[in-house]
Write a protein that binds this ligand. Sequence first.
Ligand code: SAH
Length: 213
Amino acid sequence: MKDTLKHSGMRNKLAEVLIEKGISDKKILDAIRLIPRHFFMDSSFEGHAYQDKAFPIAAGQTISQPYTVAFQSELLQVKPGQKILEIGTGSGYQTAVLLLLRAQVYSIERQLELFKKTKLFFKKMGYRPKKMIFGDGYKGMPEEAPFDSIVVTAGAPETPKALLGQLKVGGRLVIPVGDEDQIMTLYVRTSATEFEKKEFGNFRFVPLLEDKN
Ligand code: SAH
């Protein structure tokens, strides 16, 4: 696959669609304009890569809808150099957005096939997350905690306590909570023992499953 002017034209249009839907962070929109999303997908979907839709990737998983990626990224309020944990590497598209925002990204994936595929793809593309592991995101990454932010990119039946515990004071956890539909939820750690919780509308994700596969 190649990245052409036609692709970048489609990315500019996608950014306009996201602006209409309410995304306003310039750095996030720039990342959408730059990242060749068609490289993160199966070549049979190339023609659809710049629609604002989720698509199937390997292992029965999906690459998140661009609007969802942009929305979650906005809630994180990423600042350069911040340490961010992502649960659900998947295609790596959300990871790439965070890298373009100059975060230090740690990412966990529970599907071995996807983990291997995306790790190799990142090497080829020159994307450099700090650490990628094959593991269970319910447990977070205690050996690297605490994090400035944590983003969960699969639907969690409930909020894993381990993730709240791995936030710095002032840190943010962005997580879609629910079974069939999920409510996008933001937790801000306000002290060692307190969290502020806010909810932001309904989304639909593949489920956050326990253990490795
Ligand atoms: N950020 C990804 C979203 C992929 S879909 C992208 O934009 O492509 C969600 C991903 O979460 C899937 O790859 C799924 O395998 C993974 N996942 C589900 N449960 C998990 C868990 N407990 N730990 C880590 N990853 C998990």
